[in-house]
Design a protein around this ligand. Structure first.
Ligand code: FES
Length: 211
């Protein structure tokens, strides 16, 4: 009986050891499982990190202005938005002052632009002829169509000095992106920050200047 008791105690001791060993092994396995899981997750997390394209989407954009002649316009993309670069001719610049009375915010007091572009031409005073503007209608975000020609236009009117017409709901803007009165949009199209060095413009960065 005593042998049996001893024997039984040994069996119980072994069971305890077995249980400890089992718990230990289980812990080790779970630990490796967790580590393995972490390694398995890492590539997924990495794959979710922003791609180079996404990271570059907010980066400044450079363009050589020597490629544009007076009266010509190009569009570049910055932060997913079309940005107009328009080198206005002398005639276009003169036209800006002819339509002031028809504009809702001629001095851009209620509109978005850097301080150095808050003027009637909405441009850096060092390069007044150059319009740099996000070509996004301030009503509901459509892309206005350029109407660069001066003269009668079915959408812009008989005395048009050139501008931009939004086909979505009929908003009109002049060649400084200033909105006309009595159209759905109420503010001028936005001017992004920019700086010009030589002939190269950088859009999306202005070194923090305000004037
Ligand atoms: S989105 Fe341009 S007028 Fe409505």
């Amino acid at each position: 009986m005593a042998d049996n008791q001893v024997s039984s105690a040994n069996v119980d001791d072994m069971s305890v050891e077995d249980r400890k060993r089992r718990r230990f092994l289980t812990g080790i396995t779970a630990g490796f499982g967790a580590i393995g899981g972490a390694f398995a997750i890492t590539p997924f997390v990495l794959s979710m990190s922003p791609s180079e394209r996404a990271k570059n989407a907010g980066a400044p954009v450079h363009f050589d202005l020597a490629k544009i002649q007076p009266g010509q316009m190009v569009k570049v993309e910055w932060r997913g938005k079309p940005v107009v670069l328009l080198k206005r001719s002398d005639e276009m610049m003169i036209g800006l002052d002819k339509i002031t009375e028809h504009l809702a915010d001629p001095n851009s007091l209620s509109s978005a632009q850097p301080g150095y572009a808050q003027n009637s031409a909405r441009s850096d005073t060092a390069n007044p002829e150059l319009l740099v503007m996000e070509a996004v209608c301030t009503h509901l975000g459509c892309s206005p169509v350029e109407k660069l020609a001066i003269g009668p236009d079915p959408q812009m009117g008989p005395d048009s000095q050139g501008g931009f017409f939004c086909p979505c709901h009929g908003s009109k803007f002049d060649l400084a992106g200033r909105v006309y009165k009595n159209v759905p949009a109420t503010t001028n199209m936005a001017v992004p920050p920019y700086i010009i060095n030589g002939t190269v413009i950088t859009i999306g960065e202005d070194g923090g200047r305000t004037a």
